[in-house]
Ligand binder design. Structure first.
Ligand code: AMP
Length: 591
């Protein structure tokens, strides 16, 4: 067979990731542990087939682009600006602190100042893929915590764009050869007739980033939704899907090539600009399968770069690196978020999200080694730190969840004391999925409606008109406010969480309507409701026969399949508008 490295890499990557991901899932481990293992197996440090790691990393970038595009689709400019007061100073302070710790370790290892600085910077920046996957799994992207974490990520991303242009320039100043790697700065220096130095490089970078954002807000904002709107009107699903992909990849690539902005940032802005369009929901759906497939390749490519023996060769520096990433960075982020008068829950979520490193760290490490600033053992440490911190990340989230009640109890007691003078910022409003912050319901013999979207909102109207006590459980910020304004009692948070359900007085409730679209989640809510109250009436929502069976198995009394009801509605309409002389009505199935 002729040489097909790309196909071989894709096939080996997907097949092994699937295999090990499934095995990890079986052992109740996060699937990404399996993906990393698959990467180690196809990597150069283990015997057998060796895939091309650079090819893998490049393909993984497509995953990063689609992930950030997807996050942008859920983000408006208003959302982004609403978190700037915490995300900008928070991210900068945390980068500074983590860089200092990394620099200290580099110095202890006897590296140069430049090498230690690159090492510190590499440890300070979290992986986009790991962070977003963690937030998505916990349905947190659209909550206040999620917005702060994403805002923080954007600031880190911008800081790294700066670092990537500044490091060669600084190395050039000290080493001579690499000064003004930026061609624009170089041309400007030539035109002006004098050396712009590092200030010039910084200025040019800032102007390029501002130019990109300005371009997107002025032209992109009109052009991108217009293009998508027109494709949607062709009626071709295939073209629409292609259009979404072309916009996400095209803008990201253009941003990187023309404006020197990172691919991820470009994609985020493309998504954010589309978020205001009514088509954003469909665009998100269309990019989902590709996004998931390519983000799997990210983990495979990280695994490939990793030499398992490097841990055994010199374990102490590896441990120190992991401690800086997982503990040092987290504690810093935790304290910074608390200093901004957010709750312990938010502080813990932000710290857990950031307690890992990934793609940017590898790019920095490669750059550092290429410029002969960082010794290659520094790169090995960064890789080992990345893989270990990614594996530990679900555990860190779990620990943070456990620690939250403890912190909540302690901090709320402290807050009861008179606050020191000078703290002028008012406490922020309670956050949606901070379960302990909302009191349990006092309602009894009530109806609980889970999910207040297209289905749940109609159900609540009917329940209210019957005068039955009503409680809604909803996790999307935007909806919660609207329901409260209608005077309906709401529990905020993911209904799958036992903590949220506990507050809903299931034992005293009469009926629970599970009106959320995801059958797996609906199954978990149903099972918990049935376990808490054997006599509660459970009405659930499904989209297929399999889902009906699944929900009934978990204890639902009535399962309504959306599609069948749509058909019924249509048939009723046809029947009621039949011409007079038509024959007798037929059964739905024969119509
Ligand atoms: P729709 O599909 O339009 O009926 O919308 C479903 C609604 O349920 C949306 O408002 C979601 O935010 C909400 N929802 C979905 N899953 C959950 C969940 N696990 N917990 C709470 N609310 C949810």
């Amino acid at each position: 067979m002729h040489d097909t490295p790309l196909i071989t890499m894709l096939v080996a990557g997907f097949v092994l990731a699937f295999l090990f991901g499934t095995i990890a899932n079986r052992f109740k481990l996060p699937p990404l542990v399996g993906y990393l293992l698959a990467g180690i197996i196809v990597g150069p440090y283990t015997p057998g087939y060796v895939a091309d790691p650079h090819l893998a990393l490049e393909l993984a970038e497509i995953g990063v682009i689609l992930l950030m595009f997807g996050v942008g689709l859920h983000f408006s400019l208003k959302d982004l600006l609403s978190v700037r007061f915490i995300a900008v100073p928070g991210a900068i302070a945390q980068i500074a602190f983590a860089t200092l710790l990394g620099w200290g370790l580099g110095q202890a290892m006897g590296w140069s100042h430049g090498g230690s600085l690159v090492f510190g910077l590499a440890l300070s920046v979290a992986s986009t893929v790991v962070l977003l996957k963690a937030l998505q799994e916990r349905r947190m992207v659209e909550t206040e915590k999620g917005r702060i974490a994403v805002g923080w990520l954007i600031v880190e991303d911008l800081a790294m764009v700066m670092a990537l242009v500044l490091i060669p320039a600084v190395a050039g100043v000290t080493g001579g050869a690499q000064a003004h790697s930026d061609p624009v700065a170089l041309t400007l220096s030539q035109i002006l007739g004098f050396d712009l130095g590092i200030t010039g490089v910084i200025l040019v970078t800032l102007v390029k980033v501002a130019g990109f954002i300005g371009f997107m807000l002025v032209f992109g904002r009109k052009l991108i939704p217009w293009i998508l709107h027109h494709i949607a009107h062709t009626g071709s699903r295939e073209l629409f899907r292609l259009g979404v992909l072309a916009i996400a990849l095209g803008v990201a690539f253009g941003a990187a090539k023309l404006f020197g902005v990172s691919l991820a940032l470009g994609a985020f802005f493309a998504g954010m600009i589309l978020s205001e369009s009514p088509l954003s929901h469909r665009a998100a759906q269309e990019s989902l399968p590709l996004r998931d497939a390519f983000s799997v390749l990210f983990f495979v490519s990280v695994g490939m770069l990793f030499d398992p023996l490097s841990i055994l060769r010199d374990p102490l520096p590896v441990v120190a690196t992991v401690v800086i990433i997982v503990i040092g960075k987290s504690v810093a982020a935790f304290l910074i978020v608390l200093a901004f008068r957010r709750t312990a829950g938010t502080a813990l979520t932000i710290s857990a999200s950031l307690a890992q490193i990934g793609e940017f760290s590898f790019i920095l490490a490669e750059l550092g080694v290429g410029l002969q600033l960082l010794p290659s053992e520094g790169r090995d440490l960064i890789l080992a730190g990345a893989i270990i911190s990614i594996i530990l990340n679900p555990l860190v989230f779990w620990l943070c969840d456990r620690a939250r009640p403890w912190f909540d109890a302690r901090l709320s007691r402290e807050e009861a004391q008179p606050s020191p003078a000078g703290l002028v910022e008012p406490a922020p409003p309670p956050e949606p999925d901070d379960v302990p912050e909302q009191p349990p319901t006092l309602l009894t013999d009530h109806t609980i409606v889970v999910g207040h979207g297209r289905v749940g909102s109609i159900v609540t109207q009917a329940v209210r008109s019957l005068g039955t006590p009503l409680l809604v459980i909803e996790d999307a910020d935007k909806r919660i406010e609207a329901i409260r304004q209608e005077g309906v009692e709401v529990l905020t948070g993911n209904a799958v969480s036992a903590d949220v359900l506990r507050l809903a007085n299931l034992t005293g409730a009469h009926t629970i309507v599970v009106a959320i679209p995801d059958a797996f989640e609906a199954g978990q809510v149903t099972a918990q409701a049935r376990a808490a109250n054997p006599s509660i009436c459970i009405i659930a929502r499904a989209h297929s026969d399999d889902e009906i069976e699944h929900l009934k198995k978990f204890g639902a009394d009535v399962v309504v399949m959306g599609e069948r009801e749509i058909a019924r509605g249509m048939v009723d309409f046809i029947k009621s508008h039949r011409p007079e002389k038509a024959g007798p009505a037929e059964e739905v199935g024969h119509a």
